[in-house]
Design a protein around this ligand. Sequence first.
Ligand SMILES: Cc1ncc(COP(=O)(O)O)c(C=O)c1O
Length: 367
Amino acid sequence: MSKALDMVRAEVTRLSPYNSGLTIAEVMQRYAPARIAKLGSNENPLGPSPMLAGMMQGSAEMFRLYPDPAGRELRQAIAAKYAVTEDQVILGNGSEDLLSVISRAVLRPGDSVVTLYPSFPLHEDYATLMGASVKRVGPKSDLTIDVDALTEAVRGSPRMLLFSNPMNPVGSWLSRDDLSKVLGAAGDETLVVVDEAYAEYAEGEDYASALPLLAKSDRPWIVLRTFSKAFGLAGLRIGFGIAGDPQLRGLLDRVRTPFNVNGMAQAAALTALADDEHLAHVVALARAERARVESFLRNKGLKVAPSRGNFLFFDCRQNASAFVEGLLRDGVIVKPWKQEGFDTYVRVSIGSPSENDHFMAALSRLL
Ligand SMILES: Cc1ncc(COP(=O)(O)O)c(C=O)c1O
């Protein structure tokens, strides 16, 4: 090994590169398709609130000055919307930033972290980086969450319980009752982190945010949300966390970089948060289109996981990386899953009706 590589901690060498998928420019360069449907990263086809249109005007001052490092105005608005206090709210450069901040602040070598599998890779990577061991709880054969296995794993008193609900990449979710069963099994020695990146798409029906449940307890907890998905601001990089204990939030604040969220992102999030009408439109379209794409996939005889997110996870019954190459040729970008036991699965984001048509036509040709 070279001297430079000797410098790096062993935990770093165990990490896999993030499977971010191809950009539009890369697909154009490789296959030059007539048009592209980018359905690999769970982005929102309608984008952010149209109320953002005027924001670029007068933004030169925002570019020149440092942003508010405390993000006061936005944190106040988040606190009001989610019925918490401002001192419980922390902002991140995307919620992925907060996953890193929490792991760096909390995890010690040898700690254990319980998470769902297949997993959002960063739920495992930051734990691995800190020298913690990850205990994965796989799904049942119908791809729903194995609530009993998860509850049992939580009873083992891990340092952290970290999972997304609805869970990425599968889309399955814990109902209100299942969630309270799992959270009820966590003792005070476990930091509960519920990543609710897709909550807006799932709210209602039998899904509920963990916030009201956790707010009633004094155990250590954090709920993560993002502006990247239903709020349509993935490119600006902004997410937030709500911690049960304001003192925990204060300590996490010392771990993040001081200006982690830029001024444009703060201003855009503030505007997006106020536009309930646009959010309702985004969610209604995603749900209707998800049902349409899901029944198409089922009619093709493919196994599809139940989903409350803006994406579907299905078994293409062959190596997924090879399969998606066929879709790429037609200009459709989806994500082949690469984790062990799920490498025949593909995750497709729900796009606009015409992007979804494009995906379904390309898939029909391929099958
Ligand atoms: C479950 C989950 N958590 C967190 C993130 C990170 O989102 P962001 O950093 O854009 O807020 C994602 C993105 O795909 C996700 O799926």
